[in-house]
Design a protein around this ligand. Structure first.
Ligand code: AHR
Length: 502
């Protein structure tokens, strides 16, 4: 028997909804086919957006969507994607398969997608190959209400009212695909570019995100923060609201990439081990951020995370299309629990990517759509959005098949929503063991319990032939006890428990 301890009266932080954010790049079939099919498509759509996909995403309460990249962002020139579609410039998508990008999905289409999803917008600007003027004018085009060249152009293109842009990324991966810069060089460029990213909407100020590190490049974090904070007025926090971090779960590193569906048990635990590394990265980069920002005003924005496996056979290698098994479900559940537990610093995280790319929540094939195990995990966790993280801990044992890849069998996080309901999410990454858990609740009277679980064989996935092999099921095998409740979590599962206390 393992103990779970919860004290819902002790608040540890607030879980920003954005922690369950998403990312959609002009990459492979994410935007085109996955989200956007155009008004003339036979696939049912509203203003070009797939009705099936948008409605499935709305069920997840998508809080924020990042666009247009990724590496694509630093070669994207936004003016090519506005105005009549037939006149829009075509370009080569050099990063992703060298295919033609016809720019039919641009600024207006992205903002329309956010409106349909009811989510916040996170636009990533081009610092690598774009000019300061270009970035500045994009923000003016998007958000300025009065008379100006850019707001006039927006009106000419059919949109009189400005939009609200919630987050603006000043470059992406500028240590790599975004210009191969040094941290000091990027820090200076960030200072310059962000100066002209004006805040036109005083009631809805846009938050500026600086490009943070790749994985464990702590020198980048130090170098950027040192440069951006040098002689910067204290209240401006280095001119940024957030600093990003990119970390993908790549069990064997970049090469060889491992199959998304065919893996042995050792590879399973290795993947879990790599996933847990996220916690170390948050703590280490967080410790550096603490030196410059002890009050934690700058959010850590993990705007690219997820599994990166070998592409499905027969697909364009530049399109990063991969299947999604229960292993992805566990990776998602563990990461989301880690983000919750670190919500004092982590203010946003964006799964890479939303549809048809990497650890997608949805896969499409023509008019068909499949919800992946990762989709269901986001469904299980959605009640954490905007809730308060509370004190909780779970007893764990280290499991795995070899010494260097031992991992905790369980992870959990617990939050309380405004109405006093307690939400607990627990992952069990053991391939063969279930665990009985004794839940001890301090200062709590539980009136009603309900549970939902995602559980299946490790290599199972949803295919177009069998789209509902893995789905959420009701979890009813718990007993109320004097101290709280007792239940058994099965092997290879992700569980959500909801406890009403009023
Ligand atoms: O998500 C795929 C790519 O991974 C992004 O374009 C880039 O930012 C990262 O390297």
């Amino acid at each position: 028997m393992l103990n779970l301890y919860v004290n819902p009266k002790i608040k540890k932080g607030h879980i920003e909804p954005e922690i369950q954010g998403h990312f959609s790049e002009h990459l492979g079939r994410c935007i085109y086919e996955g989200l956007y099919v155009g008004e003339n498509s036979e696939i049912p759509n509203v203003n070009g957006m797939r009705i099936d996909v948008v409605s499935a995403l709305k069920n997840l309460k998508i809080p924020v969507l990042r666009w247009p990249g990724g590496c694509f962002a630093d070669e994207y020139h936004w003016m090519d994607g506005i105005g009549p579609r037939e006149n829009r410039k075509k370009m080569i998508n050099t990063h992703w398969g060298g295919v033609v990008e016809d720019n039919s999905f641009g600024t207006h289409e992205f903002m329309e997608l956010c409106e349909q999803l009811g989510c916040k917008s996170y636009i990533n600007g081009n610092l690598g190959s774009g000019t300061v003027q270009e970035m500045s004018e994009w923000v003016e085009y998007l958000t300025f209400e009065g008379v100006s060249p850019m707001s006039d152009l927006r009106a000419k293109n059919g949109r009189k009212e400005p939009w609200t842009v919630d987050y603006f990324g000043v470059g992406n991966e500028n240590w790599g695909c975004g210009g191969n810069m040094t941290p000091e060089h990027y820090g200076n460029e960030f200072r310059r570019y962000q100066t002209y990213v004006r805040n036109y909407k005083k009631d809805a100020p846009l938050k500026k995100i600086a490009c943070g590190a790749n994985v464990d490049d702590y020198e980048w974090t130090k170098g950027v923060l040192h440069t951006t904070h040098r002689n910067a007025p204290g209240f401006l926090h280095g001119f940024m609201d957030g600093l990003s971090l990119h970390y993908y779960t790549l069990p064997e590193g970049w090469e060889p990439k491992v199959s998304a569906t065919e893996f042995d048990d050792k590879m399973w635990y290795k993947t879990m081990k790599k996933t847990h590394y996220m916690e170390t990265l948050i703590k280490q980069h967080g410790a550096i951020m603490d030196q410059y920002d002890p009050e934690k005003k700058i959010g850590m924005i993990i705007d690219e995370w997820g599994t990166w496996f070998a592409c499905e056979e027969g697909t364009n290698p530049g399109f990063l299309y991969q299947q999604n098994t229960m292993r992805d479900a566990l990776v998602a559940g563990i990461n989301l629990n880690i983000f919750n537990k670190n919500c004092d610093r982590v203010k946003m995280a964006n799964l890479a990517q939303m549809v048809n790319v990497l650890q997608a929540v949805i896969l499409t094939e023509g008019k068909d759509m499949v919800l992946t195990p990762t989709y269901h995990v986001f469904d299980l966790y959605k009640n954490h959005q905007d809730a308060d993280l509370v004190e909780s801990s779970i007893e764990v044992t280290q499991i795995g098949l070899d010494e260097e890849n031992k991992v905790p069998n369980l992870t959990e996080s617990t939050s309380v929503t405004k109405d006093g309901t307690i939400h607990i999410t627990i992952t069990n990454c053991s391939l063969d063991e279930s665990y009985t858990i004794d839940g001890i609740f301090a200062e709590t009277t539980i009136h009603k319990i309900s549970g939902r679980i995602l559980q299946n064989e490790a290599r199972a996935y949803n295919s177009f032939d069998c789209p509902e092999k893995i789905k959420i099921e009701e979890f009813t095998t718990y007993q109320k006890t004097e101290k709280g409740l007792q239940f058994t979590i099965p092997a290879c599962s992700v569980l959500h428990l909801e406890l009403e206390t009023k």
